[in-house]
Ligand binder design. Structure first.
Ligand SMILES: [Mg+2]
Length: 190
């Protein structure tokens, strides 16, 4: 079976900028490509897991989000950092587009659905895998899937750190950013 590192998108591999529909609006963190190269060298699949309620809210189309993801993958690949898959969730409780209006959809973090779907498609052992993100929902989704978890302090990370404490949830790793999270994962799994 494979092992994977699941990564949140906004605030984790690119800057948190609210709703964006195009790659040119995004800002890739300078350490993301090296983090992905490093996880691949360690034998992990690199999979992005992202809530994109912008689709359900009618802000971006599905096509725009998929194009953004193609462009993001291409940019990373040009830097020798190959992303194996990007899973996104268009659903939201308050979506204005009816087909995406669902309360607590199983494919929306904090539910573990996207991780479980990826696990079945890629034959992934979730117990040997990690979920990295900057939001409480990332850590919850990772825990709900039976993965180990890493909180990054980029994006919403600092406020999330306090929220997790209040919720009584402790990520396995807390790191400055995704690159230092990978270094800590190497330490932890040595
Ligand atoms: Mg995020």
């Amino acid at each position: 079976m494979n092992k994977a590192i699941f990564m949140d998108r906004d605030g984790t591999i690119i800057e948190e900028k609210g709703y964006i529909c195009h790659f040119f609006e995004s800002c890739l963190f300078p350490f993301t490509a090296e983090a992905i190269r490093r996880m691949k060298r360690n034998g992990y699949l690199a999979i992005v897991i992202t809530n994109q309620s912008s689709i359900g809210r009618g802000i971006c189309s599905k096509e725009q989000v998929e194009q953004l993801h193609e462009d993001l993958k291409k940019e990373l690949k040009n830097n020798d950092a190959r992303v194996d898959g990007i899973y996104y969730s268009p659903f939201h409780d308050d979506a204005i587009i009816e087909e995406f209006r669902h309360k607590n959809h199983w494919l929306r973090k904090p539910s573990p659905g996207m991780l479980k779907l990826a696990a079945s498609e890629w034959d992934i052992d979730l117990s040997r895998s990690f979920m990295i993100g900057d939001d409480t929902t990332d850590i919850q989704a990772g825990l709900n899937a039976g993965c180990r978890t890493a909180l990054v302090l980029t994006g919403k990370g600092n406020e999330t750190r306090l929220k997790l404490k209040e919720m009584g949830l402790t990520p396995d790793i807390t790191a400055e950013n995704i690159y230092s999270a990978i270094l800590q994962i190497e330490e932890l799994t040595r």
